[in-house]
Design a protein around this ligand. Structure first.
Ligand SMILES: [Zn+2]
Length: 380
């Protein structure tokens, strides 16, 4: 039997190749089917983009370097702390690519993040056609800048002269070979990857392949990252500690996220504390009205929200305080703890806040997350 290589994901493993009427098909990426994008000519010319504020000195140095790398055919990894203004760092290279008539794509693993990103890019590149392609939203596949989820990359084989991928360490992209392969196949010229918490594996690969890594350890507003405080407690004492802290913040009228490792614990904890601390609610990935619960929280309807991984990334709430309940749970690895801590102090007019880890033991992930944040603060 001759070897079959899947045209979508590059799979050659015979164990995941099936046959239908004698024709081979790939089981690895069978769920990725649909229309492919057509080639489209992009008009060359000067690009004006509407940056909402001036880049800091560090931001504009990195922005320039990304453009330089792109011109020289070098791939870039931007390792920038949470709240550093990562997205703004690639506006320059997007404008450069567009002005020379090159196709741009901007991918993220999660759909709700893709939507927010689309609105942002559209409001900046007002004279270009910016489109969104994600699950349930793929009637139109061609534009100057295509904002998409990594799941939609299969439609764009050898397509993007410039492909940007943010949140490279996020589920479901991280560790997913099929998505990774589809990303590589979608790149025609060069890519830029971004993360606040890239894995050592990714950093290693970039170094080995002679790509360029750019670091930004200062937040855009110049204030340091909040350093989490670990409080050792367990069982009922953890709940009592949580109630005590919640009451303090509620009295100070500060909004609070309480992160918990599982959906079961999310609902259980809420049932146990709702009569002790009033005005809160919960949200997790199985809540069908989760967008509304989050919006209500933003609008000040709830004083606190007990939540799972759904609010771990991409959310900015002014003056937010964060508590992680059972922070010693095995689901909380170093980068997740750093990401969650990065929700705090993101606004220029509220650049500080508290992050509290409650746990019965200080895990290696907890120790390393706190150390990583302290090290980044010390380097600026
Ligand atoms: Zn395949």
């Amino acid at each position: 039997m001759e070897t079959y290589k899947c045209p979508v994901c590059g799979n050659t493993d015979i164990n995941s190749i099936g046959y239908l009427n004698g024709e081979p098909y790939c089981r690895k990426c069978i769920s990725f089917n649909g229309e492919n994008a057509k080639e489209r000519k992009i008009k060359k010319g000067t690009i004006t983009f509407d940056l909402k504020y001036k880049l800091s000195k560090e931001q504009s140095e990195i922005s320039k370097q990304v453009i330089e790398n792109y011109k020289n055919g070098i791939n870039t990894l931007i390792n920038a702390v949470c709240g550093s203004g990562k997205t703004e760092l690639v506006y320059g290279v997007i404008a450069h690519a567009l002005s020379t008539g090159q196709q741009v794509g901007f991918a993220v693993p999660r759909r709700d993040v893709a939507y927010e990103l689309y609105l942002r890019i559209k409001s900046v590149f007002t004279s270009n056609k910016v489109i969104l392609v994600c699950g349930g939203h793929h009637k139109e596949l061609e534009g100057d800048v295509i904002v998409l989820t990594t799941h939609q990359l299969y439609r764009y084989n050898n397509y993007f002269s410039l492909l940007i991928l943010d949140e490279i360490d996020a589920f479901p992209y991280q560790g997913n070979d099929v998505l990774n392969e589809m990303f590589q196949r979608a790149v025609k010229k060069n890519y830029v990857m971004m993360s606040a918490t890239p894995s050592n594996q990714v950093l290693q690969r970039f170094l080995e392949q002679n790509h360029n890594i750019l670091y930004l350890n200062r937040r855009y507003h110049g204030h340091k990252l909040p350093v989490p405080k670990f409080v050792r407690c367990f069982g009922l004492a953890m709940r009592i500690e949580l109630i005590k802290i919640l009451k303090k913040y509620v009295q100070q009228q500060k909004p609070i996220f309480v992160f918990v490792p599982t959906i079961e614990l999310c609902e259980y904890l809420y049932s146990k504390i709702k009569d002790k601390v009033h005005g809160g609610y919960f949200v997790h990935s199985k809540c069908h009205d989760r967008a509304k619960r989050i919006q209500d929280f933003r609008d000040g309807v709830y004083s606190y929200l007990i939540t799972t991984a759904v609010l771990e990334r991409g959310v900015t709430v002014k003056d937010l305080q964060v508590i992680i309940y059972e922070a010693d749970h095995h689901l909380y690895d170093e980068s997740t703890l750093v990401q969650i801590s990065g929700r705090v102090g993101r606004k220029l007019d509220a650049p500080e806040g508290e992050v509290i880890f409650l746990g019965s033991k200080e895990t290696r992930a907890i120790t390393n997350a706190i150390k990583q944040i302290k090290d980044k603060n010390a380097s600026v």
